[in-house]
Design a protein around this ligand. Sequence first.
Ligand code: ATP
Length: 294
Amino acid sequence: MQLTVRDLCKTYPNGVRALKRVSLQISTGMFGLLGPNGAGKSTLMRTLATLQDPDSGSVEFDAFDVLAHKERLREVLGYLPQEFGLYPNLSAETILDHFAVLKGVTDRRERAAQVRALLEQTNLAPAARQAVGGYSGGMKQRLGIAIALLGRPRLVIVDEPTAGLDPTERHRFLDLLAEIGQDIVVILSTHIVEDVHELCENFAIISHGEVLYSGSPTAAVAGLRGQIWRRMVTRAELPELQRALHVIATRFVAGRPLVHVHHPESPGPGFEPVEPDLEDVYFFHITGRTRRTP
Ligand SMILES: Nc1ncnc2c1ncn2[C@@H]1O[C@H](COP(=O)(O)OP(=O)(O)OP(=O)(O)O)[C@@H](O)[C@H]1O
């Protein structure tokens, strides 16, 4: 399975250029789309889910033209939007049954089997008959993914699904995605670097509507090896350091700034080399863009 996105552009009527020639090649497995708030992730997700049209560009899924055959994509699509409403008085079982009908699972037995299997898979079986108004945030997200998985989709798009979940629920949700992502295309949009690190074989970094990096997390990290340096500094030293060097991140350790700097060799006394992680990769690209276009 292959999703090919070519040169997608989108400018909103207020002049915001949300997508600037976005091109991506996405294969079976988990693909992470990482970027800060306002990067254009939701715009891209909605476009791939055929809910809004780009100004130009193309999308192909398994060699068919998605923008020309939206119904065909919708038959194989599962989409979990950033925000969705659920009728609070209905049970998960009833909601899933309704959505299964909408997805065209008309055979009653087949529908009951799918609903039961999804309730089990998302760990909601014990609460299947409770009104969802009483569900926790994590339970609602799991029900959201169960709805998205009805009709056995081959492309699943989830938009910032772990925002606001506690660590236990977050891991439970990520485990669920990892299981799903084994044999279909799953696109996970997020601003949480950890989510991508834990789950995705491939990912892209997007900021201000532009793809800044696309590839595997391992290759991205390897590409920065030997070029990340750190030093404890004082708050007073920070502005000058930021002017002189490419500071990619400032973390605080016991109240003191610890800067991570990108430099081909040691930037000076007091700096020590750091084994880069995906967060360094992310901030390297995000801050690099800002330095290019102040
Ligand atoms: N309907 C709209 N009309 C005008 N501008 C919009 C619209 N939707 C989004 N935007 C703008 O387009 C840009 C990209 O927004 P988008 O929601 O796609 O980003 P995002 O990466 O999903 O961010 P977030 O994580 O905050 O949802 C932002 O500047 C946003 O304000």
